[in-house]
Each structure stands twice: as structure tokens, then as C-alpha cells.
Ligand binder design. Sequence first.
Ligand SMILES: [Zn+2]
Ligand SMILES: [Zn+2]
Length: 168
Amino acid sequence: MSDTHSLLRLNVGFIVHQGIGYYRDFDFNLPQVTIEPDLSLTALTGVVRVSRTPQGLLLEAKLQANTPAECVRCLEMFTLPLQTDFSELYAFDKRSVTDSGLILPENGYINLAPLLRDFMILEIPIRPLCQPDCKGLCPECGTNLNLSSCEHLLSNGSGHFDSLQSLP
Ligand SMILES: [Zn+2]
Ligand SMILES: [Zn+2]
């Protein structure tokens, strides 16, 4: 979406002409951002510092956001908080390029979207939980045990595993 791209585009061309050690902080406070193809963020906040170094522009990001996720135990959607901290050098030329292969675009704009997507996705756990002690679903009737209990739990008075063990 063009909106998102302009929100995450940093105009850094002017920093190239500053002395070594000069920096500018870009503050972020965006209620809603979608990064194509698949990452939806809300409440994106934090700061990106762009500094002039001899080899290029160093970008240091400290950002937080929320993303919708599905709990692997109870299958409810919930808001997963994410936090990322990364730094990347946008080199002035090929000789100074780092492992990430980033070169400062000639137009002086850095598009933060692809980097932000990569680093935020790294923060999403493989098995997200809505809360550390999510009780999950009753294997018999599918009741969400965080919200209510069901007869399968109560029948034996002492929880699922006991009642399963007491079956003939
Ligand atoms: Zn859950
Ligand atoms: Zn049940």
C-alpha cells in the first residue's frame, strides 16, 4: 500500500552531507501499518537513529508494535506485543558494503518496510500463547477453559488427567 510505504520511508539524503558522527532521530508513532505481503502491525512506536559514518549511514532501530496472532492452545486471536532492536549499515558504495548487502539508494530515501518486516517476524514465536498459562480447549467438548469450565472437568472434581485415568 502506498500509504504504508510513505510512512516507513525515511528521507536521509541530507545526512550524507553532514560531518562524521552527525545523527538524526526519527520518531515513530503509527496507529496502524500493513507491510506487504503479510505483516499487520498496530501501535508501532519507537525511534530510528540514522548516523553518518565514514562508510555509510548507520541505521539503529528500537521499535515496538502489536500484531494479531492465534494462540496454539485455545485457538483464540490475541494481540501479541513485539519488540525489535537492530542496526544496519547503508554503505555509500560497494567497497564498504556489509553482509546485509545494503547500499544507500541514490535518491536518499531509505525504505524501512522490508527490514522492519524481517526483524519483526523473527520476534513472533513459533507457538504463540495468549497467556503463559493458557488452559486451552477441553479435548472432549472444545470449551475454551480460559473462559468457562465444562462438565468434563468438573465430573471428577480434580481435573482432566485424573478423570481420564479413572475411566474403565
Ligand atoms: Zn490461549
Ligand atoms: Zn469439556
